[in-house]
Design a protein around this ligand. Structure first.
Ligand code: NDP
Length: 247
């Protein structure tokens, strides 16, 4: 099963992979793991100091020199994404992987009392930003021999749950976006598009969402990297349109 996938040490050698939300939690672990398997990673996130810390960890480990992109997905524009794509085209020429990992938990409360502003922010970060980034990065992904786009879902993106509001709706939208894009690209390109549901993982988002849990009862981000590696490497060429569980 992809969950206990054992990656070759050089699985991602020569590949360039962009990770959103790379400064913390699962995104940070994925960026580090991809770099450890040979990839040049592009670290995208909103908090510069966190991205710099990951950048330094990668450099200190003597891995391929990463790139750093400070971008707030809550306010990101079409122009910013176009500019990002142009910069990456100049520096790398193509993109082998795109991990949409960043997301916002938002408020968990009944729809009856939810606020429109909080709703819009979650949908903006978790859905709209994925669209605008993907839209402008597609040409770079098309330019790679066999690129992989990976979205991040959740259990509440497959079955709705009371009080999970915009977050749950955004994860259903993410599953839908993955399916639409996968279907569009299936016969016309070598890009595969899939989804990962990480499952309960010990990160700051998890600790906020489940304050009563003992954090260390959940696996750490490093423990769930099998599927993250599998989907970025050439062992899963041709696999598309699937929503995986990381645990
Ligand atoms: P974290 O909150 O630890 O990390 C989320 C990352 O997204 C952070 O790096 C954060 O940046 C970034 N981010 C949030 N808002 C923005 C923004 N406006 N612009 C740019 N970056 C932003 O969460 P996890 O690592 O737990 O979550 C990773 C993914 O996994 C998410 O999509 C989440 O929904 C999903 N998931 C997680 C589960 C879990 O148990 N942990 C379970 C199911 C799904 P910053 O650090 O600067 O705030």
């Amino acid at each position: 099963a992809p969950t206990d996938y054992q990656a070759k040490p050089d699985l991602l050698k020569g590949k360039t992979i962009l990770v959103t939300g790379a400064g913390d939690g699962i995104g940070k672990a994925a960026a580090m793991t991809y770099a450890e398997h040979g990839a040049t990673v592009i670290l995208l996130g909103r908090t510069e100091e966190k991205l710099e810390a990951v950048y330094d960890d990668i450099e200190r480990a003597g891995l391929a020199k990463p790139a750093l992109v400070v971008m707030d997905l809550a306010t990101v524009t079409d122009e910013q994404c176009l500019h990002l794509a142009q910069g990456l085209a100049e520096e790398f020429g193509h993109l082998d992987g795109l991990l949409h990992n960043a997301s916002l938990l938002g408020e968990r409360r009944p729809i009856e009392s939810a606020t429109y502003a909080a709703w819009q922010e979650v949908i903006q970060v978790n859905v709209n930003a994925q669209f605008v980034l993907t839209r402008h990065l597609l040409p770079l992904l098309q330019a790679a021999p066999a690129a992989s786009i990976v979205f991040t879902s959740s259990g509440v993106g497959r079955t709705g749950r009371a009080y999970w509001g915009a977050y749950a709706v955004s994860k259903f939208a993410t599953e839908g976006f993955m399916q639409v894009l996968s279907a569009e690209l299936e016969n016309t390109s070598k890009i595969r598009v899939n989804c990962i549901n990480p499952g309960a993982t010990n990160t700051s988002m998890r600790r906020t969402a489940y304050p009563a849990e003992q954090p260390t009862d959940n696996p750490s981000p490093e423990d769930i990297m099998g599927v993250y590696l599998y989907l970025m490497g050439d062992d899963c060429k041709g696999v598309t349109g699937i929503s995986f569980d990381a645990q």
